[in-house]
Design a binder for this molecule. Sequence first.
Ligand SMILES: NC(=O)c1ccc[n+]([C@@H]2O[C@H](COP(=O)([O-])OP(=O)(O)OC[C@H]3O[C@@H](n4cnc5c(N)ncnc54)[C@H](OP(=O)(O)O)[C@@H]3O)[C@@H](O)[C@H]2O)c1
Length: 209
Amino acid sequence: MAGETLTVAVLGAGNIGGTLGKKWSTAGHQVRFGVNDPSGKNAQSIRAELGNRAVIGTTRDALQDNPDVVLVSLPGGAIEQTAQEYAAQLNGRIIIDAANRMGEDSMHNLAHFQQHAPQAQLYRAFNSLGWENYAEPDFDGIRADLFYCGPDGEARTKVEQLISDVGLRPVYLGGNEQMGLLDSIASLWFTLAIGQKKGRHLAFKVLGL
Ligand SMILES: NC(=O)c1ccc[n+]([C@@H]2O[C@H](COP(=O)([O-])OP(=O)(O)OC[C@H]3O[C@@H](n4cnc5c(N)ncnc54)[C@H](OP(=O)(O)O)[C@@H]3O)[C@@H](O)[C@H]2O)c1
């Protein structure tokens, strides 16, 4: 880990939250996972891997003490209620939204966070590739790129650090007016990986950066 040690609340510890949270914990960050069932199978598998570094509880537990960054890796259908119920804890935080509202007009959750946590600094990242690429971001020595968007302030450094600590190269697309573009990149990934049956270990690289 090149930068500072961050406290990270990871909401949802399945494919996405489990993969990213374990990487961040291994990189030295203080990660607290929040799940539906803290004694369920996702929690057990993280405990088995991280041992006493695993801190796993409810959403409320994970959000206590104002974490530096909150990763939202919950099912798309759980976002609205979570944003409403934990509005006070989420407001003012740096939030990375990785959740996709599959089958809806927009996959991102900007409207819900703007409504319930208007002071949060909201980023969109980790939504556009299958989780296998976060587990294995290296393609024969080439580091996959990860597109992201959000406010161009100091918080960006923390978001970029977390992307880099997973092993990906961050590629900034601009402010939250680019959320639709991040949805389109997720659609491109689905088209190739699933529609064209190219397989889920598939990512993107921008040349010339
Ligand atoms: N899978 C991918 O490759 C991928 C890629 C990009 C983006 N995404 C998006 O990332 C999000 C997570 O996907 P996933 O595949 O990681 O899902 P998943 O494996 O089903 O994990 C979901 C996690 O959320 C927790 N959870 C569900 N409802 C909750 C609630 N109401 N309150 C608190 N915790 C709750 C579950 O808790 P328990 O552990 O107790 O069950 C579990 O830990 C989705 O929005 C998905 O669209 C997924």
